[in-house]
Design a protein around this ligand. Structure first.
Ligand SMILES: CCCCCCCCCCCCCCCC(=O)SCCNC(=O)CCNC(=O)[C@H](O)C(C)(C)COP(=O)(O)OP(=O)(O)OC[C@H]1O[C@@H](n2cnc3c(N)ncnc32)[C@H](O)[C@@H]1OP(=O)(O)O
Length: 151
């Protein structure tokens, strides 16, 4: 039995909980759909700037390199969180391109933070930038996510 992730240790006081299913329905089952699961557990918030932020626990079943998260698991989290950040900013999209730099191994059974920012909107193209960190200086991955409006 995995220890419970300590979301409260990373949650900032000016974050407010964000209800993803009330915005996009319950289709996000692959990453955030099992809040008690052994793979991922996610909590969504809006930060003090109203940007979407997520706390993501990477369970033992996300393992890639021994003791650390698989790059695909980080990509899955970034895909969902950055895509959802565009929805949360009012843009109904799918992800067209996701470009990730993996910077540091992410230890299993730790909670990471995903900060997002919508950096540009040009026609149907919405560019969202994201950083997956340990909540302090530790940068695990950073990504640019090109989202395309579908509605
Ligand atoms: C009915 C739905 C209800 C949904 C209700 C709940 C949804 C809940 C979501 C929750 C939040 C998301 C979280 C998960 C996010 C995913 O994981 S989404 C799944 C992964 N993504 C996909 O499967 C997308 C598959 N691809 C596609 O559907 C189509 O290729 C796209 C992306 C819609 C684009 O096709 P298109 O509509 O024909 O667009 P197109 O005219 O080719 O291009 C439009 C513009 O975008 C550019 N562009 C398009 N694709 C690319 C690309 N890959 N690279 C660079 N530029 C591109 C084009 O160059 C063009 O630029 P301009 O000429 O305007 O300057």
């Amino acid at each position: 039995m995995a220890p419970l992730p300590d979301f409260e240790a990373l949650r900032k006081t000016d974050w407010t909980p964000f209800d993803a299913p009330s915005l996009v329905g319950k289709s996000l089952r692959f990453v955030s759909g099992d809040p008690q699961g052994k793979r991922f557990r996610l909590r969504y918030f809006r930060d003090g700037k109203n940007d979407l932020v997520a706390l993501a626990w990477f369970g033992e079943e996300t393992e890639g390199p021994p003791g650390h998260a698989h790059g695909g698991s980080m990509a899955a989290v970034l895909d969902e969180v950055l895509g959802l950040a565009a929805w949360a900013a009012g843009h109904p999209i799918v992800v067209g391109n996701l470009n990730i730099h993996f910077r540091k191994l992410l230890p299993l059974e730790s909670v990471a933070q995903v900060d997002t920012e919508v950096v540009s909107v040009k026609g149907r193209k919405v560019l969202v930038r994201g950083r997956l960190t340990d909540g302090k200086e530790g940068l695990y991955a950073e990504a640019d996510c090109l989202c395309i409006r579908i509605l």
